[in-house]
Structures are given as C-alpha cells and as structure tokens.
Design a protein around this ligand. Structure first.
Ligand SMILES: [Zn+2]
Length: 377
C-alpha cells in the first residue's frame, strides 16, 4: 500500500491522536496542516521557504492543472514533484470541488460532469475515470476520489441522491486507479449536515477499504457547531488504522477542535488568502496590518513568533510594503501565516504527546481572543 498510517499515541485528556503517515516521498507527522499550492505553487513561496518553515506536505488542485498547463505536460516533465521542484509528499484533490464552485454550465449525470472552463469557456468533461487519469499523470502521493460537494444548505433528498452517486463514483475511481502501489487513493465522505446520511456515506465507503478517508462538504458556510456535530458522528465510523482528512478547514480554532475529534490532516487556502489582503494570525488573534495604527509600530508582527518575517521585519515596514503594492509585503505575511499554522500544529502534537490538548485549547482560545460562540459550544 502506498500510504501507511502509524498511530503513536492517543491523548488521554482529549482522545486526539498523534501519528505518522508514511508516503513514497517521506513521513508526515499528524495532526498536520497542508498549505495549498493551487497552480503547482503555494502562492509567492518557494519550495525552499516551505521547507524552512517545515511544511511536510502540500496540496495541489487537479482542476487547475487539468485546465492549465494540462496533466500531459506535467507528466512529460516527470510528474508534479519534479515539475515544481518539491520532493516531499503532495496530495491532489479530485477536481470535483472546483468544478462545482468555479466553472459554469455544469451538467451532472451518472457518467460525470460536463462544464465550461472558467478560463476560456471550453467545454470539458470530468468523470471518476478522468480524475484518476489526471491524478495518475500528476503522480501525487495521495489522490482523492471524484465527488460532488453539495452546497449548504441543500435539500435532504438531493444530498442523499448526491452522496449515493459519490459512493458509486468512488468505486469507479478504485477500479480505474492505475498506480495503487505508489499513489494512495482516499475516499470522501459526504452527506451534508444530516447525521443518517453521513453515517450511510461513511459506512458504504469504509466497506470498500480505501487507504485513507476524507470528510468533505464541511466549512461551506454552516455554523461551526454543525461541523463539529458531523465530525462527532462520522469520525468514529472511520477505521482507526487509516489517515483521516478534514477538507478545506484551516482556522486555528477548527484545527484544534478537529484534532480533538480525531482528525489527522487539514488543508485550507485561508492563511495564504488572508495574507494577501494584509490580515495575519498572531498569538494574540487576528491583526490587520494595513491599519493606520501600525504606521510607526516597529515591533514584529507577532512578538512570540520565531518565523523569518518576525525575526527580521517590523509591522511598520510590512504595512508600508502592502500600502505600496510591493509583492515582498505579501511574501512576508504569507510566510508568517503559514508558519503560524504549522507551529500551531507542532504545539497540538506536543500537547497530545503530553496528554494536555484540552488545556492547550483553552489557553490558546483565551490568548487568541476566541469566545464560546466561536468554539461552537
Ligand atoms: Zn512570524
């Protein structure tokens, strides 16, 4: 099997698990956060910088690489690792989420999804088999089954029909996957916010014995307590000896709450996206560095942060760069935000090791300025 999960220990206080995911391109220590490299690059960061902040795995998007430059080009370059000069693990999504969120004129049938490219309007088709062909060409360590992510809110009957089709698509993915020896295919549990549908999806998919399982269709606009409810009744159905991945979640509170509920892997564009707007995550909460009050603040973004940005540059300088539209400013905020979440996950892993993740959550929430409402309790 291409990917093997090794459980190191469970936190006696919270039930969270500390583990390792072994892949063909190295080991991922979990729980982990995966920076998103949509177009085969984590926006503004070089692979060397990602290594310096100790990113263990990154995610890239099948939909975008299928449209441009085309998976055939990436394959001829020697695969995605070689194409982008990243020799650590890569996870690729299935393209499903982008087809449903970005493209126009979608038509879903049992066979697949017909859509128009958001770049040039070309008529294109994605199916479970095509999503496997593309990801096999990209050569990611972990690839995702083609799924439909229903919007929130959605009618019960639609969500049920959709998840049953996603399960049939998952089986077709399994059957057409050409490289199971060196690429691990994860299935995606759907079912909206409905407990019985989540249980149905998780039960049907786990009977097919995938090397890992993702929980999709969350963080799509629902209140956080609903997301945590779904995790509470979905995670226990997933096999303990396989990695569990919560898709599209990357706010600090949700990373901690997800870890407490037994999630091993997370990804989100949040840290890189807000960095480009000049918003940073710090040990004292969110900080909008464009604000006028930082004009002559010569301290670091976050006094408690050990990252390259905070060791070398001031709030006043970063604010100046952003106001002047200098790309270096975006690089500095991006570096800091990614480092902040990677460091948060290092602290989460340490807290699991020492059986004190609930205590860590409470002290983090207090200093970050989160209240009970945000926690979803
Ligand atoms: Zn920093």
């Amino acid at each position: 099997m291409a990917v093997i999960y090794e459980l190191i220990k469970e936190c006696k206080q919270s039930g969270a698990r500390l583990g390792r995911v072994h892949t063909p391109h190295g080991i991922i220590e979990t729980p982990t956060f995966m920076p998103v490299g949509t177009q085969a690059t984590v926006k503004t960061m070089s692979p060397e910088e990602l290594k310096n902040m100790d990113a263990q795995i990154i995610l890239s998007n099948t939909y975008h690489l299928f449209l441009r430059p085309g998976h055939d080009i990436v394959k001829r370059a020697g695969g995605l690792h070689k194409f982008m000069n990243w020799d650590r693990p890569i996870l690729t999504d299935s393209g499903g989420f982008q087809v449903f969120s970005l493209s126009e004129m979608r038509k879903i049938t049992e066979e697949g999804v017909q859509f128009r490219s958001h770049l040039n309007g070309d008529k294109l088709f994605l199916s479970p088999e095509k999503a496997m062909e593309i990801q096999n060409a990209l050569g990611s360590d972990i690839m995702m089954a083609f799924d439909e992510c229903p919007p929130y809110p959605a009618e019960y009957d639609y969500v049920k029909k959709s998840l049953e089709r996603t399960t049939r698509w998952a089986e077709r993915c399994l059957n057409s996957h050409a490289r199971p020896h060196d690429q691990a295919l994860f299935a995606i549990v759907q079912g909206g916010m409905h407990k019985d549908l989540r249980i149905q999806s998780a039960t049907d998919l786990t009977s097919m014995d995938f090397p890992g399982y993702a929980i999709g269709g969350l963080s799509v606009g629902e209140p956080k307590h609903l997301m945590y409810d779904v995790l509470d009744h979905t995670v226990p159905i997933l096999p303990a000896n396989k990695p569990r991945y919560l898709m599209g979640v990357g706010s600090p509170d949700a990373l901690i709450e997800g870890s407490i509920r037994g999630i091993d892997m997370f990804d989100c564009v949040l840290p890189t996206r807000i960095a480009r707007n000049g918003t940073t995550m710090t040990s004292q909460g969110r900080l909008v560095i464009r604000n006028a009050k930082f004009t002559d603040d010569f301290g670091p973004l976050d006094p408690e942060c050990s990252c390259y940005t905070c060791q070398n540059y001031s709030r006043a300088y970063i604010r100046h760069l952003l106001k002047a539209d200098e790309t270096f400013g975006i690089r500095l905020t991006t570096y800091h935000n990614l480092h902040f979440l990677l460091e948060l996950m290092r602290n989460v892993r340490q807290a699991i090791m020492e059986d004190r993740l609930l205590d860590f959550r409470d002290s983090f929430f207090t200093s970050y300025g989160l209240h009970d409402n945000d926690k979803g309790f």
